[in-house]
Design a protein around this ligand. Sequence first.
Ligand SMILES: *[C@@H]1O[C@H](CO)[C@@H](O)[C@H](O)[C@H]1NC(C)=O
Length: 326
Amino acid sequence: MKSQRGVGKAVSIVSTIFKFNPIMASLLPLLFVFAIQPWQVRSEQYNNIFILAGQSNMAGRGGVSETTATWDGVVPPESQPKASILRLNAKLEWVEAEEPLHADIDVTKTNGVGPGMAFANTILEKRPGFGVVGLVPCAIGGTNISEWERGKVHYTRMMKRVKASLQGGGGLQALLWYQGESDTLLLSDAQSYRTRLGKFFLDLRADLNSPLLPIVQVALASGEGPYIETVREAQLDMDLLNLRTVDAKGLPLGPDGLHLTTQAQVHLGQVMADAFLQFVPTSLPKNNVLPIHNGAPPTRPHNGASQIYMIPISITFLTIVSLTLL
Ligand SMILES: *[C@@H]1O[C@H](CO)[C@@H](O)[C@H](O)[C@H]1NC(C)=O
């Protein structure tokens, strides 16, 4: 709005000058070209991209029966689809998102409700001008942290998917990470978790050229083995800039004692959204959240960008004014 008003003012002043000095007419097209720039950028439809990675509780097992390996198909109101929530499918196409988000990703398992849709709906509810949410599901059930190491198959596939998601002009917003249940089986794995997790976060940020990419991770609610507390300590102690940790301990689990129930997933998604929104100041005007290509906190690129767009307009305007006066 600000820049549009600025452009309007500049154009009206220039047309006044134009009446007095017809030579200035030659500069008008130049001004027009510069003035159009911010409009193009602003009117483009960006996806606010979120990576969903980890293991089964991120993929979602809410409503999946352990005995029959079927999903009950129940999607709670908080996880309903919306036109402004998209999902990158296995074919790397954007489609309207719906649970189970990982149905074509975590293909060897039965997927149910995860935190993703409740997360996206909460963001849109609390920040009506946020724009399109683009979810990139990458979680795979039963995977340990070593399998997510840089160069390993899940890491490589995730990178490929994230890079594909950015093709259409999207802006990376955050990594949502829920993993570690498989690293509670052996003490040695649990003890190595801290180092492996830290390296994973730093490698991912480095490979996406987003050194400050916001990360919302979940501290374990459950585990496959006895060393849950060791992994949780590593997660809760993780000290990284732009990292928020949501503690899932105590959330209701299914009969297997491992997977969050549908209601637990809804709650988790909402809390993760609140954690993410701590990165996004409330003072931003509606429809004004611009994408972040480098993963820095949203305010900086946005404010910087809108000022940068004014520079060519200002330069042209000042040139015209000074030429007129001389
Ligand atoms: C991780 O899982 C893979 C595949 O199941 C297994 O081969 C490997 O030993 C595990 N690594 C660790 C450190 O637990």
